[in-house]
Design a protein around this ligand. Structure first.
Ligand code: ASP
Ligand code: MG
Length: 408
């Protein structure tokens, strides 16, 4: 007998029929003797609908009132799911975040969980009940309703699993697992049986939006095995877990390829090559609250330096404006901005123990005549910036070069 926390996202509870199907799924697990805590999101579209209502009322609603409003979506689904379970003869009890007592700080709309009282849930499980908890919400010390940020139900699921010392936190969603890359881009993309927390974080932060990043961090920190699986089809999904010591299974060198088109590139050309210049260029960007990702500096023969870095595409104009001023002060030659770029990363813990991964990546891109504009690496990731128009070609070429395609 195991304890499973099962989280069902908005699309899985989007209609009453779908909520009944979720109840069936839970009942299957109950029949095998497992104890189930279900965490549900609001019905799909509901949170957005509530946010739109708020904007009809006030330009900048109080965050406290926003939380009172948006937390109602999940209150609907917990009650409906319990009714569906009871209709089938299974005892179940619903809890809002406050009723569990998921204690958070008071940062409305982006609250952090501080403590979870498991006593009520534990008593219900012992009494043979299914426990159904509203995702995305908690309560602060003074009893104010708080929410955890968009997509926060994943975090609720993981946090409850950690607090209950559950055997697994299962995230049911509209995809059947984590893939080697986006199947819409590469036909041969394959579902991964397992992936490490570290790899998943790199994949997620690079744009594989299956799971809320915070939830993966939380799961890694508390070592909660996480499984992503389809709410609509049966299947094992993808298990996200720690890096196994067990060498019996050959680790792939590269587990997946992530990519995004979210960034833009900005270069400041011909700055004097003297100490302190990088900081003079980059500090004002930080002061303007613009996050910098990849940075490259090169020195020309004439003793001046070119500095290129990437920022979020939505920040490009702002960053360019700041740099135009900096360029005048430093006597730099020119500032150029380019948003026709894409970032591709190959990710894998196996890279730690294998040489030659980078050169294979670069060779593969060269064979396709794709120019690499910038490179950055970490222990388990190599990222390159290329022209956006070559993105799909590059992903396909790398996917087959690293033998990630479906075995036939
Ligand atoms: N309903 C909330 C949202 O849409 C939380 C969640 O679904 O995870 O952000
Ligand atoms: Mg979600």
């Amino acid at each position: 007998m195991s304890v499973f926390v099962q989280k069902f996202g908005g699309t899985s509870v989007g209609t009453t029929e779908k909520i009944k199907a979720v109840a069936e799924k839970i009942i299957n697990f109950r029949q095998q003797g497992h104890e189930i805590v279900a965490v549900v999101s609001a019905m799909s579209g509901e949170t957005n609908r509530l946010i739109a209502l708020a904007s009809e009322m006030q330009g900048q609603p109080e965050p406290r009132e926003m939380d009172v409003l948006v937390s109602t979506g999940e209150q609907v689904t917990i009650a409906l799911l319990c009714m569906a379970l009871r209709e089938k003869g299974y005892d179940a009890r619903s809890y809002t975040g406050g009723q569990v007592r998921i204690l958070t700080d008071n940062a409305h709309m982006k609250a952090r969980i501080q403590d979870i009282d498991v006593a009520n849930m534990r008593a219900d499980l012992d009494a043979g009940r299914v426990v159904v908890v509203a995702g995305f919400q908690g309560v602060d010390e003074r009893g104010n309703i708080t929410t955890l940020g968009r997509g926060g139900s994943d975090t609720t699921g993981v946090a409850l699993a950690a607090a209950l010392d559950a055997d697994e936190c299962q995230i049911y969603t509209d995809v059947d697992g984590v893939y080697t890359t986006d199947p819409r881009v590469v036909d041969g993309a394959r579902r991964l049986e397992r992936i490490t927390f570290e790899e998943m974080l790199e994949m997620a932060s690079l744009g594989s939006k299956v799971l809320q990043i915070r939830a993966v961090e939380f799961a890694g920190k508390y070592n909660v095995p996480l499984r992503v699986l389809s709410a609509f089809e049966d299947g094992p999904g993808t298990l996200i877990t720690t890096d196994e010591e067990d060498d019996s299974m050959e680790q792939p060198v590269v587990s997946g390829i992530a990519f995004n088109r979210d960034e833009a590139k900005i270069s400041i050309l011909g700055v004097p090559d003297t100490p302190g210049v990088a900081s003079k260029v980059l500090a004002p960007i930080g002061d303007a609250n613009v996050e910098i990702d990849v940075i490259v500096q090169n020195i020309s023969a004439d003793k001046t330096a070119d500095l290129t870095f990437t920022v979020n595409r939505t920040d490009m104009q702002k960053a360019k404006g700041v740099l135009d001023t900096v360029a005048k002060e430093l006597g730099a030659r020119e500032v150029v901005a380019d948003d026709n770029i894409a970032k591709i990363s190959i990710v894998g813990v196996g890279m730690r123990s294998h040489a030659g991964v980078a050169s294979k990546m670069f060779k593969t891109l060269a064979a396709e005549n794709i120019n690499i504009q910038m490179i950055t690496t970490s222990e388990i990731k190599i990222s390159v910036i290329i022209a956006e128009k070559y993105l799909e070609l590059a992903v396909r070429a790398l996917h087959s070069a690293f033998e990630l395609n479906v075995e036939v």
